[in-house]
Write a protein that binds this ligand. Structure first.
Ligand SMILES: *Cc1c(COP(=O)(O)O)cnc(C)c1O
Length: 319
């Protein structure tokens, strides 16, 4: 087994694991069956799962002597916003290379990026490869100017970052070692990879949010790098909640957001946690989660994205 990389502390741990009896009953489960792991409550700038990964990638950047962080993302990337927050906390400069064009109105994550002091580099209509290439150009340009910059990858996920979710798995071993199912969204894959590494593959169910072409290959690739051998266990990944694409709002996601808001007072985001909870609802309806089986839902954050999504804001005006 490889050694655990170094980290800096960016939040207070552990995050709470909260029982959700009303929500459990609304789903037809027993009151004690459903728990939410509150990784939306991670210290910085609106919170979310990227903080655990940044504890490792920022430690690595500091070790390399970096004074600037560069990362990439979609316009409403939660990862980009939290990288900006981590940089502010650590006294580093930050450049966010974002897909698309400067918006007319700064909403959601984009508004927070500005407040956090990030420099935004709008890459235009580019695919993932071109976006990362643009970020490498940014790092090279900074190096020309004598500035050491560290490139944090798409979604903040690489081998060392995934150890942030090994830490989460270790917390869950103490908080609820007897759980039967855990549901998480998958974007760049580091969150699921870390949880599987810590807790085994059998109980961890990933729900694809549509951010990458092959989520299984991503998660498996990270697990293979972490354990330094081909990861061959089968992984539980649902891809039925993506709908018409990454930023598309589906009816199943609307139902998930409604149900969790009205039975837990907790807001999910329309891209990641909304899809993950829609996957959990589907699993209950299919009978693959049954009453009496302790089920954890990982709330991985994303609230600022809610305020940057015109479709969900329109949806809330329904009543
Ligand atoms: C990025 C993100 C995810 C997905 O995490 P990955 O480690 O990239 O798979 C889930 N939920 C939210 C809110 C996110 O921002």
């Amino acid at each position: 087994m490889t050694s655990t990389p170094n980290k800096v502390q960016l939040s207070s741990w552990p995050t709470p694991l909260e029982p959700q009896p009303r929500l459990a009953k609304a789903l037809g489960l027993n009151a004690g069956d459903l728990w939410i792991k509150r990784d939306d409550l991670t210290g910085l700038a609106g919170g979310g799962n990227k903080i655990r990964k940044l504890e490792y990638t920022c430690a690595d950047a500091l070790r390399q002597g970096a004074t600037t962080l560069v990362t990439v993302g979609a316009a409403q990337s939660n990862h980009a916003r939290l990288t900006a927050a981590a940089a502010a906390r650590l006294g580093l400069d930050v450049v966010l290379v974002l897909a698309g064009h400067p918006p007319v109105e700064y909403t959601g994550n984009i508004a927070l990026n500005g407040l956090l002091g990030a420099r935004l580099n709008w890459a235009g209509d580019v695919d993932d490869h071109a976006l990362e290439a643009r970020a490498r150009e940014e790092v090279a340009a900074l190096a020309q100017a004598g500035i050491t910059a560290a490139l944090i990858p798409f979604g903040g996920s690489n081998r060392i970052a995934a150890f942030g979710y090994v830490d989460c798995g270790e917390e869950i071993k103490i908080q609820a070692s007897d759980f039967k199912h855990l549901f998480t969204a998958i974007g760049s894959g580091g969150t699921m990879a870390g949880l599987v590494y810590a807790l085994g593959a059998e109980r961890i169910h990933g729900v694809d949010a549509g951010a990458v072409n092959d989520p299984e290959q991503r998660v498996r690739g990270l697990l293979s790098e972490m354990s330094e051998q081909d990861y061959i266990e089968s992984l539980s990944i649902r891809r039925d909640q993506v709908g018409a694409g990454y930023s598309h709002l589906t009816e199943a996601v609307e139902e998930a957001l409604d149900l969790v808001a009205t039975h837990a007072g907790i807001i999910l985001d329309p891209i990641y946690t909304g899809r993950a909870f829609a996957g959990l609802i589907a699993a209950v309806r299919e009978g693959s989660i049954q009453a009496g089986e302790k089920t954890i839902f990982l709330h991985s954050g994303g609230l600022p994205g809610f305020f940057g999504n015109p479709d969900i804001l329109r949806y809330t005006q329904k009543s």
